[in-house]
Design a protein around this ligand. Structure first.
Ligand code: FEO
Length: 421
């Protein structure tokens, strides 16, 4: 292993990278593929009046972190520990760091306190801490670290920390990516564009509204160096990455359906044609409502990723699935499972399907939609075997009711308490 893999690396005047390399990681948080591994970046900032540690590393890499930290500072010199984000990949070494430097003052966002309690347990009582908000700062004598709250990028607790004299932004997960390269800087490492966009898409995309708010706060700082918690340090054109967050947050299928018009998507799978018949009637019923653009998709003929893009910009979606072995069919679950990467809160949802014995698919889909914080305003439709004419009329009415709800034309409903049990 080359010498520098064990060294702390000075990235700015009296600012050192003291993180850890994890080149063998192949999946992160169970949901991200990491073909290049990742890094857990932590930093030490030294000023005339103290030294600050910015973030730590995953617990199993604590030895690397402490080795690098000890190369540039003594524990009794550490006056501040700044936590930009408290997920375990950045706080794994925190309990041990605080045992070694108990005099250090912890800086954490207000939303981070509960997580800090969970990380340090009863030991937290032994340490001093300050809850930060945008504009608050921490002095290291001649240097100042100021805090920028960036909630939901990608957890509620996240913040960035700006070293004012160096115009260096310690950005936590923001502007990071899973890409391990010992050359460390964006102008030296391999081509990591795919990793950067992949990371955004899976980590930040559900919070695009918050990303745009954060970019509004970060752009005026005009950082000349961005030091994220994962992947390359951005020293070559760092503002390009800030702008790219804005672009990525505004992309993904510009809305075809605009203005007051609403978009309703109907997805289905059918084993013997019965659920397909239902889907066509739901589609025809919904299409009778003006101001709602309705689209019908057979999941047998589609790929998931484009559907997720469509769903992101839609106002409502309905899933039709037969019940097979007491469950909805896999392609429906595949789409529903993929929705964690987009914002679905308060979109309209619905479910329907044909069944033979028990018909669990519809309520299971509805539960998932509610779990995604979607509105499910109409009780889903279950029909045994092939639908009769009357049952197809019920499907038609169901589609119409959903579309009316989307368009604001639905009449107020009287709640039947029996249905709530
Ligand atoms: Fe890198 Fe959200 O932890």
């Amino acid at each position: 292993m080359p010498e520098r893999e064990h060294s702390a690396i000075e990235i700015a005047d009296n600012v050192h990278w003291i993180g850890a390399l994890d080149p063998d990681l192949r999946s992160f948080d169970l949901i991200l593929k990491t073909a290049n591994g990742t890094t857990y970046n932590a930093y030490l900032v030294r000023g005339a009046g103290g030294a600050a540690v910015i973030d730590t590393v995953k617990e199993e890499f604590a030895d690397d972190f402490f080795t690098r930290l000890e190369a540039v500072a003594r524990y009794d010199e550490i006056t501040a520990v700044v936590l930009n984000h408290l997920e375990p990949d950045h706080t794994g070494a925190l309990p041990e760091l605080m045992r070694r430097a108990p005099q250090a003052h912890i800086y954490v966002s207000m939303r981070g306190l509960k997580l800090l309690q969970a990380v340090l347990k009863d030991d937290l009582e032994r340490y001093a801490y300050t809850l930060t908000n945008t504009g608050d700062s921490c002095a290291l004598g001649d240097r100042r670290l100021s805090f920028v709250n960036t909630p939901y990028l990608h957890w509620p607790d996240t913040q960035c920390t700006f070293l004012e004299d160096a115009r260096l932004l310690f950005s936590g997960d923001v502007f990071g990516c899973h890409f391990c390269d010992v050359r460390l800087y964006n102008d030296l490492v391999g081509d990591f564009r795919f990793s950067f966009e992949y990371y955004f898409k899976h980590i930040m995309r559900p919070f695009k509204r918050w990303v745009l708010e954060a970019v509004d706060k970060i752009e005026p700082l005009e950082p000349v160096l961005i030091a994220p918690a994962h992947g390359p340090i951005l020293r070559d054109n760092p503002m390009d990455y800030v702008r790219s967050y804005r672009t990525l947050s505004n992309s993904y299928l510009p809305n075809e359906v605009e203005g007051k018009e609403k978009s309703l998507l109907i997805f289905y799978m059918s084993a013997y044609g019965a659920t397909a018949d239902m889907a066509r009637s739901v589609y025809e019923g919904a299409s009778t409502v003006s101001g709602v653009r309705v689209s019908l998709y057979d999941l047998q003929g589609g790929e998931i990723e484009p559907f997720v893009d469509l769903i992101e910009s839609a106002d409502g979606m309905v899933f039709g699935s037969p019940t097979i072995n007491g469950d909805a069919v896999k392609p429906v679950w595949d789409v529903l499972a993929s929705l964690i990467s987009i914002e679905t809160r308060s979109k309209l949802g619905g479910a329907f399907g044909s069944y033979g014995w028990s018909g669990e698919a519809v309520p299971m889909i509805e539960d998932r939609l509610r779990g995604l914080k979607m509105r499910v305003p109409e009780k889903g439709l279950r029909i045994k075997f092939n639908p009769t004419e009357d049952e197809l009329a019920a499907c038609h009415a169901y589609g119409r009711a959903l579309a009316e709800n989307l368009s604001g034309k639905a009449k107020p409903k009287e709640i039947d308490f029996a249905e709530l049990q």
